[in-house]
Design a protein around this ligand. Structure first.
Ligand code: AMP
Length: 282
């Protein structure tokens, strides 16, 4: 398995593969790799000859400096985690300078409103940071297709818009959320939870499942009130937001329409660790 650290090296690696007519899949990550990331990599390997996994904790997408500082960084562990894939998977682990040049700043994007709800409201500047880093990484890695998890469903829609805005020649594919047996969505942030918090965090999944069950018979207003109460009665988790939104443009649901797809979204804190999850509910 290759570990590539510079822009020049990644560009050379990819252009050599392209000369040999190989296709390239790309899985951008912030590292602390887990089975959720592995599910994306395996999906990418099914469709491409070579897969590049970027590991880069992107400073411009963090609106909270302590969250950025404490984000797990485990490059050695990640390298051995990926070594089982052999030569078909390479890691691109650049420094901020390699990605951004001298100015580590965000570009400002207009994602047509998708950026103004949920994560966008609670993490100001987050999606400009995501868009900026991916614009740089897509240009450096130059893949045929990039794979993103529905775990970050809003991000997936943002990335599809980004590719349109920047006119980038690649396909964006969303992959299902990988969960632990008890339903908890896998996340690098889970590594910061205590064993007790890991157990308590399954509450988020249970609530989403109940919302899915009740969606046909109850109104969005009733479900929102029910979820708020459930979290108020839970001493271990603090709800940041709950939303039921249209899966295409993420506008909050007011009146259910036939043939429209909806998802339920939750962001909640277990102590100081922020967790997000979502589920298709019809
Ligand atoms: P991250 O390293 O958290 O930025 O995630 C990198 C990519 O992996 C993103 O596209 C995430 O949506 C995806 N991802 C993270 N956790 C999961 C999961 N549990 N299931 C599926 N995809 C995931």
């Amino acid at each position: 398995m290759n570990l590539i650290k510079t822009k020049t090296e990644i560009e050379k690696y990819v252009s050599e593969k392209r000369k040999q007519k190989f296709s390239i899949g790309f899985v951008p990550t912030m590292g602390a790799l887990h089975e959720g990331h592995a599910s994306l990599i395996e999906y990418a390997l099914k469709h491409h000859d070579y897969v590049i996994v970027s590991i880069f904790v992107n400073p411009t997408q963090f609106n909270n400096s302590s969250d950025l500082e404490k984000y797990p960084r485990t490059l050695d562990q990640d390298t051995s985690f990926l070594s089982t894939y052999g030569k078909s998977v390479s890691i691109y682990a650049p420094t901020p300078q390699e990605v951004y040049g001298n100015q580590v700043v965000s570009k400002q994007y207009n994602f047509k409103g998708i950026e103004h709800v949920m994560e966008g409201t609670h993490r100001p500047g987050h999606f400009d940071g995501v868009g900026t880093v991916l614009n740089h990484l897509f240009r450096q890695v130059n893949p045929d297709e990039a794979f993103f998890g529905e775990k970050d469903f809003q991000q997936l829609l943002i990335v599809k818009k980004l590719v349109e805005i920047e006119k980038l020649p690649l396909k964006i594919t969303g992959c299902p959320i990988h969960r632990q047996k008890n339903g908890l969505a896998m996340s690098s942030r889970n590594a910061r939870l205590t064993p007790q918090q890991l157990e308590e965090a399954t509450f988020i999944y249970k609530i989403l499942k109940q919302v899915k069950e009740d969606f046909e018979t109850k109104s969005a207003k009733t479900l929102r009130a029910w979820v708020t109460t459930q979290f108020k009665n839970n001493p271990h988790l603090t709800l940041e937001y709950f939303e039921i939104s249209n899966s295409t443009h993420l506008r909050p649901l007011s009146r259910k329409r036939t043939h429209q797809k909806y998802r339920a979204f939750i962001a909640a804190f277990a102590g100081e660790i922020r967790l997000i999850d979502n589920m298709a509910i019809n």
